[in-house]
Ligand binder design. Structure first.
Ligand code: SAM
Length: 218
């Protein structure tokens, strides 16, 4: 656990939900063990999106049941959200929740594996949110980062992986390859010449990477 559960609970109470369907989705996710983003993390992303001027398109890798996509669509009413999910049942559930939230026109759920290139994506995004298979983050970043506008953001969730990334040895040996991949990803992000990245210990850890407007920009 990265953040003390009491603190997480406290922060939840301070983070109001928008559309009533979001509370239902949280219960659904908890009941069925569907991983969705922590409330404080999605609120931080929401504030970043609202602070950025003229956000027109957001790309999300990893829809699950559409919780974060609905949050983002609600806070940037002028934007369209493309979100990619490979699990058919989750795609169906996400589309149903999105319709109930009245956002079907503004959120497109692409039923695809993000390792392939879904054909109907936009050429340019203001923000890309990576929240799918953790071992593939660098691949997703490189594959979709070419579509990011200068000054745009790529936000990666779970980069601190319950705090495991600080240890050289993980108690649960099965997690070791994943932890090593995330450690390598974080280092690669931190050293990336074209992005500046802030690692934020909120939720399971967010990396917020901004594409510099000029290669020479510090
Ligand atoms: N962003 C969602 C939210 O907070 O509401 C949660 C996404 S959940 C952590 C990760 C989702 O990514 C899962 O539903 C999983 O099926 C999907 N996923 C994992 N790897 C994927 C891939 N290669 N392509 C598309 N979807 C993928």
């Amino acid at each position: 656990m990265l953040v003390d559960p009491r603190l997480t609970q406290y922060l939840r109470q301070l983070t109001p939900l928008g559309h009533p369907v979001l509370a239902e989705m949280e219960e659904h996710a908890a009941r069925e063990g569907i991983p969705i983003i922590d409330r404080a993390s999605i609120q931080l992303i929401s504030i970043l999106l609202q602070t950025k001027a003229n956000v027109e398109r957001v790309l999300e890798i990893g829809t699950a049941i559409g919780y974060s996509a609905i949050w983002m669509a609600e806070v940037v009413p002028g934007a369209h959200i493309d979100t990619i999910e490979r699990d058919e049942q989750r795609v169906r559930q996400a589309r149903a929740y999105i319709a109930r939230a009245g956002l079907a026109e503004r959120i497109t759920v692409h039923h695809a594996d993000a390792k392939d290139n879904p054909p109907s994506l936009s050429e340019h995004y203001d923000c890309i949110f990576i929240d799918a298979a953790k071992g593939q983050y660098r691949f997703f970043f490189e594959r979709y980062g070419t579509r990011l506008k200068p000054g745009g953001l790529i936000i990666s969730d779970n980069v601190l992986f319950r705090g495991h990334v600080v240890h050289n040895q993980v108690e649960n040996k099965r997690l070791t390859p994943l932890v090593q991949k995330l450690q390598a990803y974080n280092k690669w992000l931190a050293d990336h010449p074209r992005f500046e990245t802030s690692f934020v210990p909120v939720g399971d850890g967010l990396a917020i990477s901004r594409l510099k407007t000029k290669p020479s920009e510090n």
